[in-house]
Write a protein that binds this ligand. Structure first.
Ligand SMILES: O=C(O)CCC(=O)C(=O)O
Length: 242
């Protein structure tokens, strides 16, 4: 599938792009049901998100985020190679792509979100791009994604501690003055693509009964550079700089 020049231009300008209706309802249901069944099996390698001290009061203890499922789940391995992810991502960054990681966020009712960040504050190679497949309709109430258009042009930014009462991760990006956050309303089957410097995140799911699940694949460009070691921009060093 080819992306129109105007959509590539939008990505270059804003740091993100939404491909609408790329996955059919039946495909979305298959992916969603597959991961719900895997989650019900119990803990998996790399699970993250819940606060063990809160027990059942933290919904992320039951529905922890999964990571790198492609290393132990054949369906995830096949899905990450879908051309609706790889080919579109490649056109947006202007290179072939190579797999970086897979993730599954369940974000059940009452779950915390993820504080706004640049993926390159975690992953220190550039360029990278994320393909974020909505497995549920997403809106403000269930914690849709938010983006800061234009942040993609600012390079790597400093990190600081985040408010862990609303974020399951403990770091966030400094937010550049003058840029505005936009909420990305999506329907199940839409794919949101965003680059490694684009500040993005999500707020808690405040609904009593609606999940906000997503299957996410991050890719490296085929030709990457290492970002310089600069502790103030690295989430892994946050405890040191905080
Ligand atoms: O889905 C979310 O709430 C956050 C996802 C995210 O930050 C990412 O994929 O890098």
């Amino acid at each position: 599938m080819r992306i129109p020049a105007k959509d590539k231009a939008f990505f270059a300008e804003n740091g993100y792009y939404v491909g609408r209706g790329l996955f059919a309802p039946k495909e979305v249901a298959e992916i969603r049901d597959h991961f719900m069944a895997l989650r019900a099996e119990g803990p998996k390698p790399g699970d993250m998100g819940g606060d063990p001290k809160k027990g059942p009061n933290d919904p992320l203890n039951k529905y922890a985020r999964m990571i790198n499922m492609h290393t132990w789940d054949a369906k995830s391995k096949a899905w990450q190679a879908d051309e609706r992810f790889t080919k579109v991502s490649g056109q947006l960054i202007g290179d072939d792509v190579l797999l970086c990681q897979t993730m599954l966020y369940f974000k059940p009712p009452g779950a915390r979100g993820q504080a706004r960040h640049q993926d390159n504050q975690y992953i220190r190679k550039t360029p990278i791009i994320a393909a974020w497949l909505a497995l549920d309709d997403c809106d403000e109430a269930n914690g849709q994604m938010v983006m800061i258009p234009g942040s993609n042009k600012l390079g790597i930014l400093p990190v600081r501690p985040a408010d862990t009462s609303v974020s399951f991760t403990n770091g966030e990006s400094e937010i550049p003055a003058g840029l505005k956050e936009v909420g990305i309303g999506m329907q199940a089957g839409d794919v949101l693509y965003f680059g490694g410097f684009t500040i993005h995140g999500s707020y808690p799911n405040t609904t009593p009964d609606r999940f906000r699940r997503t299957f996410i694949v991050h890719y490296f460009g085929a030709h990457t550079e290492d970002l310089p070691v600069d502790e103030k921009t690295m989430m892994s060093k946050l405890a040191v700089v905080a």
